[in-house]
Each structure stands twice: as C-alpha cells, then as structure tokens.
Design a protein around this ligand. Structure first.
Ligand code: SIN
Length: 280
C-alpha cells in the first residue's frame, strides 16, 4: 500500500510502500504517476535502485528522453552520472535554477535521480513550484506573460565557449559540449501542463535567452526579475538526500538546482530523463 507524505512546502512528497526494484503492477505505476503529477517532486527513500531497476522504472514512467551534452555511463545508453569527486574544485554542476533541456523541441517530462554516493552533509537539491509561482502573480501580469514566447538555448552552458565548454577543466562528469548548443527553440513562456492542464512558468533565465519581439534591453531585465519571483522561498522545496533514495520530478511544473556544502566528500547520482507523452 503506497504511503504518501506531502512536504510542508508548495511541492514535494515522500512516497513509501513500494519497491522500485520489483516489476511494478499497472495500478501501482498509475498511483505513482498520479502522485508525481500532484506533488511534482517525489522522493522514494531506501530503494537502493540499481541501473537495471532505474532503466525499468524510467520505461514504465514514460520511456527515455533524449539527453544531449552528456556521455552515458559505461555499458548504458540512457543513464548519466551526476558526479563530483571529493577533491574536485570545479564550479558546482547545475547550481543555477533550470528546467532540464528546456531548449529541446520536446523537453523531457521528468527526471529521475538514483542515489549512488551521498555525502554526509550538503548536496541538497532545491525545487521551485512553477504552477504556484504563476498562480501567485497579479492577474494583469499573468495575462501579459501568457502572450510571450520564450527563446531557449543551451549556449551559456554547453557551447564550446559556455560554462561547461572548453575552459572547464578538471570536471569528473562526462559533459560533452558542442556547437549544437547555439541553436535556439521557441516555447510559450507560460505553458499548460499537457496532463494536468495547470499553467506554469516554463524554464527560466539561463536556458531562456530572449523573448520573441522584445529587444534584449527589455527581455533581460524581465527574465531576471521573473527568475527572482520564480525562486521565492514560498515556492521552494528542499530535498535532502539519503543513501538509497530515488527522486523523481516533473520538469513541466518545477525548476530545480543543485547546492553545495559537501566539500571534501564524493557525491554521485545516476540520472535518466523521462520522455514527454505530449509536446509542451
Ligand atoms: C541536476 O540538475 O540534474 C542535478 C541536481 C543535483 O545535483 O542535485
């Protein structure tokens, strides 16, 4: 029997009473999916999910999404390692708020992280509820934002000149920057969730590099101000990791970011993305 404990924050829940290493019955998958859509971020403690299990779970949740710019771990096509060695001094990976691969034509519906090596302190993952962030805006502001189309690109992070590009030395993660990061794609700034119908602010400054029809001098400050709103404390859920934990989130309704605070300790999570059943 599934036991779901919502967090005190705007999103996030702990789900117990399921063994993700086993073959899940259809009604169990449906219940996990319903909890995922409702709470947006689900943590499953004490799973110790191996790579076969992570692949099986990803398949039943919707199949693998496309993952650019990461080389998969050895022997797998769809699992990447989020890894930081104990003695590493590169800037933290994914410390800025983002939505995974929002610059793709079909961004992944979700992301799944399975704990491999969890430091004794720090390394929490933060999530910001973008349905709540949009709903809390004044109605006039909502109407204005609904009319905007965002221009997305991976260039700041994954182009050869980007944060994880040619200058980025000594990183243990298998990041593979390339010129395709310079491409741009357009998505509505405010999207309607294809499964719940809820409106959300989709992605944020960083992967959003402009607004269609707005000069950069207007788009930049708008996106910057919006990012501060999107990540206000009242929308944020902090996921503390435990050994053996699995965390699943909905990229269509939350932003996320990594945090540090575990200097001198190794941290490794295995990651898959979940394909979107419908375009955003
Ligand atoms: C990510 O953004 O995929 C990584 C999150 C984390 O390391 O906590």
């Amino acid at each position: 029997m599934l036991e779901i404990t919502p967090s005190d924050a705007s999103c996030g829940a702990i789900l117990r009473g399921v063994n993700l290493n086993s073959t899940l019955a259809d009604d169990t998958v449906a219940s996990i999916r319903a909890a995922w859509l409702k709470h947006k971020v689900i943590a499953f403690p004490d799973q110790h999910l191996d790579d076969d299990g992570l692949e099986r779970f990803t398949e039943v949740m919707g199949g693998f999404g496309h993952d650019p710019f990461f080389a998969p771990i050895e022997g797998r096509q769809n699992i990447a390692a989020i890894l930081r060695e104990a003695d590493e001094d590169t800037p933290l990976f994914a410390e800025n708020w983002h939505t995974d691969w929002s610059f793709l034509e079909n961004p992944p519906a979700g992301t799944c992280l399975a704990a491999r090596d969890i430091p004794p302190v720090g390394g929490d993952t933060l999530f910001a509820d973008q349905v709540a962030a949009f709903a809390a805006l004044p109605l006039e502001r909502q109407d204005y934002l609904r009319g905007l189309t965002a221009i997305h690109s991976a260039r700041a992070a994954y182009s050869p000149d980007g944060t994880y590009g040619e200058k980025d030395k000594g990183r243990s993660m298998a990041i593979r920057p390339d010129e395709s990061a310079l491409e741009t794609r357009r998505h509505p700034l405010i999207t309607q969730h294809p499964e719940t119908g809820e409106e959300a602010i989709f992605s944020t400054f960083g992967y959003i590099v402009g607004i269609d029809g707005l000069p950069d001098e207007e788009a930049g400050p708008l996106l910057f101000e919006l990012m501060a709103w999107q990540s206000k404390d009242e929308f944020v859920y902090r996921q503390k990791w435990q050994p053996g934990m699995v965390v699943l989130w909905d990229n269509r309704s939350v932003l996320h970011r990594a945090t540090g605070g575990y200097e001198g300790h190794r941290r490794e999570l295995h990651r898959t993305t979940i394909a979107a059943p419908a375009a955003i």
